[in-house]
Design a binder for this molecule. Sequence first.
Ligand code: DC
Length: 232
Amino acid sequence: MAQVTPLDGVAVITLDGHCGSGKSTLAKQLAVKLDWSYIDSGAWYRALTWAVLQAEAAVDDSSQVLRVLSEIKLTSASDGVVSVNHQPLRNQLRTPLIDKHVSAIADHFDVRDALNEGMRFLLSVDDVNGLVADGRDAGTIIFADAPLKVFVEVPVELRAQRRFEQQRQTNPDVTLSQVQDALSRRDKHDAQRGNAAPHPTDESFILDNSNQTVEQAVGRLLTWHKQIFAAG
Ligand code: DC
């Protein structure tokens, strides 16, 4: 069992998983239940993509991306909402344009290092009780010392079905096979990022998020939280 190691004195729980596994919903609710801060690492990549596109810089040129990053103030509030130069970004980050370019930004390892530093800086914010972070590499790289690491698993067919049901509310023409193809492409792309590709560590708790409600899954996370942090 993992030791409770202080990360600048802040307790950290990480939830990683593939695209569409529901990890963000769970992480957000867990953070609310614990009154901890939430970090949506995917939103950091999306916000930087937004800023790079605004600056008309090239997403596939890491020096241009890093230059944009050095020129903006990228921050995250305790509810996970990311701001660029104090402008909170919400719907702006969930557009087909951002979806199209965000992977290119996330492919640059030097950019990943810089964003990871920014996320770790949140550990030093004075009034943080604890942090719940979700992403692909939150437990493997960003907060590799986190005492509780969770890997959220859902079979690809079910992730596609759930995403299809969401998407057809706004796009009645979308088909299940389109959604399946897009998801498989993203999984394949994510898998090419070496150690930053989504995978559990030896210490990770595996949460099967296929056949339970959000409440049940959060209940399970709270049990693990108690098990790990009460022991410290
Ligand atoms: O989870 P999401 O769809 O918001 O992630 C957006 C993109 O950022 C996606 O291409 C995966 C990438 N990402 C990453 O590489 N590492 C993370 N920790 C989080 C997201």
